[in-house]
Design a protein around this ligand. Structure first.
Ligand SMILES: Cc1cc2nc3c(=O)[nH]c(=O)nc-3n(C[C@H](O)[C@H](O)[C@H](O)COP(=O)(O)OP(=O)(O)OC[C@H]3O[C@@H](n4cnc5c(N)ncnc54)[C@H](O)[C@@H]3O)c2cc1C
Length: 420
């Protein structure tokens, strides 16, 4: 649904360019239509970067919003290139010359800036280059896309063009200019507006992961079990916010809700977090985000966790009372039993007759198969939901396994631990 709305917003720009620019010739119209559509796509792109929680249902979660953000960016880049290559011919329709020259300059600044930053973002995904461009550097540079968007808005308003400011196209684009600029400002101020201050109360450096528990200093975030938050700490090397699922929301007798994050040390940030974070540290938390909530699911649910992908299930298992009326079985896949996290919470959840779980160790039991999952669940998986969090390849293998064995799943919901 979200993608359809973006498509329609872009289509309207293209349609409005017909009365506004078609009299200037086909090439000029095409160039203006490309630029107008690109501009709307860029404004939407800025809006999606604000992490708008209220439109998550339209896209299916923040990870999908980020995918839409990426694709609107790529489409905008292609269209801007088309506008640049096919130079419009305005046949002498001029505004003041000085403003025109300035607008041309802003257009060039915007064009080259977007091409360089967009190029870096696209090349970052290429297998050989991915490692060479550090993520934090890319993030810092990526912020400037909003500045180039403003340059393009100035370019569009003051460049000579075959329609005036009262044309529907001009009005439409200016609405998107306002949306894009307001979104950019909001994204830059997000840290101030949405982050909540927490104090770390416990750090447990377990074998395969670091467990961090923190309590709010003042107002905490609002989050549901299964959602994630961005966290950053006031320590060198830990100031950049990273996304982690909230594996536990525990409200104590004092009424304070403490959050627990379970972090696998896989890269620079997560290793530094393990080494440096300590009780008493300030943690900045922004969330909750995401739509991975079994409350939305059917009556029979098979949950499958691969490794650290157990974190949303830990949170949901810990609030099993919210899932009354559902029958749930969790298959927790680990390489060996020593890697497993939070078994005490799963044992506690098992006291609810609606919930059961099995720990599947691939070192001993091999790959998890539909037969193993069927036997563990103890209820018919035909027509049941699959809720999955873990490596994508494992998810594909599991879905294929069910399909091949004739089990028709009602829905497959999954959380990606990456934004792509
Ligand atoms: C919705 C969601 C929930 C997650 N929940 C958990 C969890 O509960 N436990 C857990 O251990 N891991 C979780 N992750 C994964 C975790 O966020 C990454 O492992 C971590 O950010 C990698 O950082 P790094 O510097 O240690 O690794 P690096 O090797 O430096 O980065 C690896 C990749 O992680 C991504 N990444 C790096 N920095 C950021 C950032 N600031 N924001 C977004 N992505 C970034 C990039 O794609 C990068 O290429 C989750 C991820 C997402 C998207």
């Amino acid at each position: 649904m979200g993608i359809l709305i973006i498509f329609l917003a872009c289509l309207v720009a293209m349609l409005l360019s017909v009365p506004a620019a078609s009299h200037a010739g086909l090439a000029t119209w095409f160039s203006i239509a490309s630029a107008s559509t690109a501009f709307v796509a860029m404004a939407v792109n800025q809006y999606l970067a604000t992490r708008p929680t209220y439109v998550e249902p339209l896209f299916g979660g923040l990870d999908r919003i980020y995918r839409a953000h990426k694709w609107t960016g790529i489409v905008a880049l292609g269209l801007i290139l088309a506008h640049y290559v096919i130079t419009p011919n305005f046949k002498g329709k001029l505004l003041t010359t000085g403003l025109n020259d300035l607008a041309r300059l802003f257009g060039e600044i915007g064009f080259y800036g977007l091409m360089v930053l967009g190029g870096i973002s696209v090349s970052k995904r290429l297998p050989r280059i991915a490692r060479e461009f550090p993520y934090h550097l890319w993030r810092q540079l990526h912020r400037f896309i909003g500045v180039f968007f403003i340059a393009i808005a100035i370019h569009f308003n003051f460049i000579k063009r075959p329609f005036d400011g009262t044309a529907w196209l001009a009005i439409y684009l200016n609405v998107f200019a306002a949306i894009g600029i307001a979104s950019y400002i909001q994204t830059q101020l997000r840290a101030l507006l949405r982050r909540r201050r927490y104090r770390v109360v416990e750090v447990d450096r377990a074998g395969s992961a670091t467990l961090i528990t923190a309590e709010p200093v003042g107002r905490g975030i609002r989050a549901a079990p299964g959602q994630f938050a961005f966290i950053a700490a006031h320590r060198p090397g830990l100031r950049e916010a990273h996304p982690f699922t909230i594996a536990g929301h525990d409200t104590g007798p004092d009424g304070v809700t403490r959050l627990t994050f379970v972090v696998k040390p896989l890269g620079d940030f997560t290793r530094r977090l393990r080494e440096r974070i300590a009780p008493g540290d300030t943690l900045m938390v922004e969330g909750g985000y995401g739509r991975f909530s079994a409350r939305r699911g059917g009556e029979r649910q098979l949950w499958v966790a691969g490794g650290i992908g157990v974190t949303p299930f830990l949170a949901m298992a810990r609030s099993m009372a919210d899932l009354a009326g559902k029958k749930i079985h969790l298959v927790y896949c680990v390489r060996d039993a020593g890697e497993a996290i939070g078994l005490a919470h799963l044992d506690e959840a098992r006291k609810h007759p609606q919930f059961s779980y099995t720990l599947h160790s691939s070192a001993i039991d091999g790959r998890v198969s539909p037969e193993v999952m069927k036997a563990g669940a103890g209820f018919d998986l035909d027509g049941a939901d699959l809720w999955y969090c873990g490596p994508a390849a494992m998810r594909q293998a599991i879905v294929k396994g069910f399909r091949d064995s004739g089990v028709k799943l009602a829905r497959v919901e999954f959380e990606r631990f990456e934004f792509r």
